[in-house]
Design a protein around this ligand. Structure first.
Ligand SMILES: C[S@@+](CC[C@H](N)C(=O)[O-])C[C@H]1O[C@@H](n2cnc3c(N)ncnc32)[C@H](O)[C@@H]1O
Length: 194
């Protein structure tokens, strides 16, 4: 019997992100957390690329910094200790329409305070900024969780936003397993044509 499995939500996000990233690319991790995705993006963009990361929790950024530092890749990342909704204010303006990949992993920090979660209003603000700043052919991935308080409402708002994007401008994919128990995460991907 083959051990092959359909890629999990997190694996599929990485597949989509890595397809758009190469040496010299610019990427954003909108929810750094413990830095696993930031590290992955930093590997994908190579020595000449750069990753920008946001998180509102110092504890998360400390953990992420340690992870990047251990991998010798800290110089490829700029962290902002603030909300991703401040995107337009903080990212260098010359990066507008130059960003190849943006990742969001919503909800709470694993191992952290479960009351500190991403919120629909600020998430939508950041998603719109991400879309506006994507390079032609760029992609946004967002892992959505429904299991925690407010998660389902946030996921619904995000899906409604993405579903409203014009198909002439973007492809919108929603990837999910229908027979898994306990409200598993789902993956939204938005790819901008031009
Ligand atoms: C599910 S975790 C991210 C996990 C991360 N991708 C990893 O690899 O460990 C969600 C993170 O979003 C952060 N967060 C919550 N609101 C935010 C906001 N407005 N802007 C940026 N980050 C936020 C939380 O502090 C938390 O660390």
């Amino acid at each position: 019997m083959s051990g092959w499995r359909i890629p999990s939500v997190l694996q599929q996000a990485k597949i989509l992100l890595s397809e758009r990233l190469s040496a010299g690319s610019i990427a954003v991790d909108a929810t750094v957390g413990n830095g696993y995705d930031t590290l992955f993006l930093a590997e994908c963009v190579g020595e000449t690329g750069h990753v920008y990361g946001f998180d509102i929790q110092k504890q998360a950024l400390t953990s992420a910094e340690a992870r990047l530092s251990e991998a010798g890749l800290l110089s490829r990342v700029t962290f902002f200790h603030t909300g991703h909704e401040r995107w337009v204010e903080l990212l260098p303006p010359d990066l507008r329409r130059q960003i190849q990949a943006v990742t969001f992993n919503l909800g709470y920090l694993p191992g952290g305070d479960k009351a500190v979660v991403t919120r629909p209003e600020t998430t939508l603000q950041a998603l719109q900024a991400a879309f506006d700043w994507l390079a032609p052919g760029g992609i946004i991935t967002a892992v959505l969780y429904s299991g925690h308080p407010g998660g389902k409402q946030e996921a619904e708002r995000v899906l409604a936003w993405a579903g409203g994007l014009d198909q002439k401008q973007a492809q919108v994919l929603w990837y999910q397993f229908l027979n898994q128990k306990n409200q598993p995460p789902t993956l939204l991907a938005v790819s901008r044509h031009s």
